[in-house]
Each structure stands twice: as C-alpha cells, then as structure tokens.
Design a protein around this ligand. Sequence first.
Ligand code: FAD
Ligand code: SF4
Length: 507
Amino acid sequence: MILRLVLGDQLNAGHSWWREQRDDVLYVMMEIRSETDYAHHHAQKVLALFACMRGFAAAIEAAGHQVRYFRIGDADNGQSFAANLRQVAHSVGATRFERMEADEWRVEQALDAAAAECGLAQTVVGSEHFLVDRSELKTAFAHAVPRMEYFYRDLRQRFGILLANGGEPEGGKWNYDVDNRAKWPGSPAAPAWRWPAHDLSDLWHEIVAAGVVTMGDANEGQVRWPLTRREARAGLAQFVREALPHFGRYQDALTSRSLALFHSLLSFSLNVKMLHPLEVIRAALGAYRRGAVSLESTEGFIRQILGWREFVRGVYWARMPGYGQENALRAVRPLPGWYWSGNTGMACLAHAIGQSLKHAYAHHIQRLMVTGNFALLAGCDPDEVDAWYLGIYVDAFEWVEMPNTRGMSQFADGGVVGSKPYCGAASYISKQGDYCKGCAYDPKRRHGERACPFNSLYWHFHDRHRALLSGNPRLKMPYQLWEKLGAEERHATLQQAEVYLADLDAL
Ligand code: FAD
Ligand code: SF4
C-alpha cells in the first residue's frame, strides 16, 4: 500500500494523481494541531480551510479514490503529520509514502522528518500548480534575485501573454502602472462580495472543542469564502464581469466604503489551489479579447499573478531558511496592541485592521500602505509583523506572506523584493482615498496638535536610516525635501515622532 498525503493547500482537482484510481493507494488528509498552532490564525481561515478540505476529501472519495481523513476532534487524531502517518501506515501495512512538494519550508522539513520517523520510503512530486518549477526557480534565483519586472517580462514571453507580433508587448508597453493609480470617487459602484455565507457553525464547535485558539471574528461560523472549486470558478466569473473592467484604474485606491473595491478576492482560492493561475489569467485575457476590459486593467491584473505571485515564491525558496531572520533595518519595537483590536484613533489603521479582523481580508494597498507602512515607519520587529500577517489573512501561507511582509513591506531583506522601501506619509494615504476625512488626526500637520503620526514617522524613518538609504537613487527626492525643510522644522518633526514612538499604543 502507498500512502499519498494531500495538504490543506493542495486541493488541486487537476493534479495527475486524480487521473487513475488505484487499489494500492490510500489518500491521507488531516486537520492537525501542529498546523492550527504554528501561527495565531484568523478563525475564518481555519474554518474555510477545514471546510474546503472536507469537501475535497468527499469529492475524491465519490470519484472512487480511497481516503483516510482525520478530523480535528477525532479521538484517534495524533495531531501531527508523523503521528497520523505512523498510525495509518501501521493499520494498512504501508511502506511507501508519496507527497506533493509543500510550499512552505516548515512543512517540507516536518514531512521529511515524519517520513524518516515512520520508516517510509518517500517520493516527492510537483504540486502541478505554479507556472515556474521549484527546480527552475533555484537556478534562476541562485546568484542574484532578478527584479520582478524582468522576471515578469520573461514569463509573458514564455507563455505568450499579451504579446504583439515579434514578442513585443501588446500596446507597446510592458507596464501600465502609471495609468492605474486613481482615487475611487464612489462610482462606478464596487461589486458585491462574491459568495454567500456558508453555515459552518458545527465545524466551528468542533474547532473550539478541540482547543484551537484563533484570532478575529468567527462570525458564529458563518463564512463567506468559496469552499469548492465550483464556487471559486463562479467568483472568478463574477470578478471578470463586474470588477476587472475597473481593476486597473482603482487598484491603488483606499476607501472606507468598500472592503475589496475592484480587487478579485481570489487569493484564497488560488493559494489552496482550487483555481489554477493560468485559468485565472486566461479568464482575464478572454474578457480583454472580447473588448470587455481595457489593456491597462488586464495587464495590471495579470502582472499580479504571473509576475508578483510567481516572483515572491522564487524569493522565498531562494532565501529560506535564513530569510525568516532577516532584519536589515534592525527594527525591534513591539507591534502596538491595537493591531489586534483596531482600536486606534488613526482612521486608516482602524478601518484596515478592523476589516481584517472581521473578514480575514484586506486588499493589497491596505496591507502595504496602511498596516505595513505604519509598522515600517515605526520600526516594528519584522518577526512580530510577519506573525500578524501570517495569522490574520485567509490567504496567508508563508511562501507568499513572508516575502510580501518581510521583503516588500518591511524592507527587512535590505532590498531583495523591492529596490526601495514602500512607504508614504499622510499625503499618500489622503491622495489615494477617503480615510483622512473625519480622522482624529490632521493629514497636513507634521507636528503639533493632532499632527498625523504618518508624517513625523515618515521623516524620522528617513532620518534614522540615512546611512543605509540616502545613497539609493530612488530616494534622492525625499532626502532633498527633508533638507529643504530647514533645521527648525526638522527638529520639531523629529521631536514629534519621538513623542509618538514613546507610546505607540496611545495613538
Ligand atoms: P488582487 O488584487 O485581486 O490580485 C489578484 C491576485 O494576484 C491575488 O489573488 C494574488 O494571488 C495575486 N497577487 C497580487 N499581489 C500579490 C503579491 N504582492 N504577491 C503575491 N501574489 C499577489 N498575498 C497572499 O496571497 N497571501 C499573503 O499572505 C499575502 N500577504 C501579504 C502581506 C503584505 C504585507 C502585503 C503587502 C501583501 C500580501 N499579499 C499576500 C499580496 C496581496 O496583498 C494579496 O495577494 C491580495 O491582497 C489578495 O487579494 P485579492 O485576491 O483581492 O488580490
Ligand atoms: Fe491615517 Fe493620518 Fe489620514 Fe488619519 S490623517 S487617516 S492617521 S493618514
């Protein structure tokens, strides 16, 4: 007998494993405490994952495959890969163990150890999900990490995506980012959330009874994420129809009037592999070819999946395990307590964090330019920032979370993911959206009463990292502006930042 393991983020219905039914193969799936407890996960993330896994197990069983499924509360659940594999191997007399590549370093290590511990001969196959193989990534990222833009252009050419004759980019440009930066005026209306609430209250009781500790709003087990491939595909179709036409233009917008604006909400379905990246890209291309979507929106969206998603995975596998300890800016401050409550007077943070706690979702600009931006400017410890992002979002798996958080957002890798820190003062947040209206702080003030903390912290950040950052040609402008402010203004701004930094919890 051969045991084949299917992890919660390997729900790929297109995998070649499912093409043949074999009497000598037993598929093993497990809900285990070692996976619920390695991070402090959002309740809806645990609920959605377990519900998807249960649905997937039922579907493969109905298709004629043999399945051994461990539920979180089962009395015989050993709560770790090794304990459950040993038990199943013993009960069916298995000597061989096959698994797909795990996407996370931690899980790869745990599974290698489990196979060895159980005395099982192990074979590892690909997950048949990503567009670039891990072995190829190793070579491409071995000496130096390429810039995302060039990595993305290569993939456009390799897969023949948005190319005109002769391999040139369609429309003459590779990148339409500059056309994709508008503030959302409130119309066109943002589409409704894609999925109805699923009643997972029984599952929630099982999770709680098993002692799993979560964060965020469990919403009494009512979860509005797709739980099957069919639902994920319906969400993709709705996105292409209703949101993609406006995705590009408003992709950097911030607002308190919509949770997702014109973003796709597809990261969870992609990361658990219910959707394949190429099918998502093809759906967008199809709408473009029909004339339903502009080139700017189509390119802007495809860049996220073909470019960023594959790229950050390359960074992760090239730099792990050391990546998880990188802290180029030597940031050590604890993350303020209000990251777990949303209870702050800063309207932008209160909204982005509040929404994340409630729905386990925030779109990219909320993650990067609101919550991430603040943690970066305040010098918060990247370990704490990483742990927060890994727990709170429904789509958070370390291979994609860590390069985005530690790399793109916190610059803890010293410039591997981004060539400069992604940060901004209140002028950025105010230009991109409506958060500043009605905020307790004044976005125009650097210091003094009600001065927006983003302003003084922005300059304090540049001032304290002058030795590392001032030589970066992309930061010439902020350093010139800082000098132009004059000694008195600089002093008052730094003083204000010191006051805020002394008690971040009070903000
Ligand atoms: P859309 O804006 O509609 O984008 C479409 C798809 O492109 C996404 O579903 C996603 O699969 C992909 N994508 C977009 N941006 C990125 C990116 N920077 N890296 C990788 N893929 C991308 N994404 C995760 O999937 N998991 C995470 O744990 C995660 N953590 C993040 C942490 C920080 C600090 C930041 C700044 C970004 C993080 N991202 C993460 C990337 C991005 O914010 C999310 O993928 C996106 O917000 C998910 O929402 P959406 O599906 O509506 O995305
Ligand atoms: Fe955020 Fe400052 Fe604007 Fe308030 S004033 S919403 S804290 S950027």
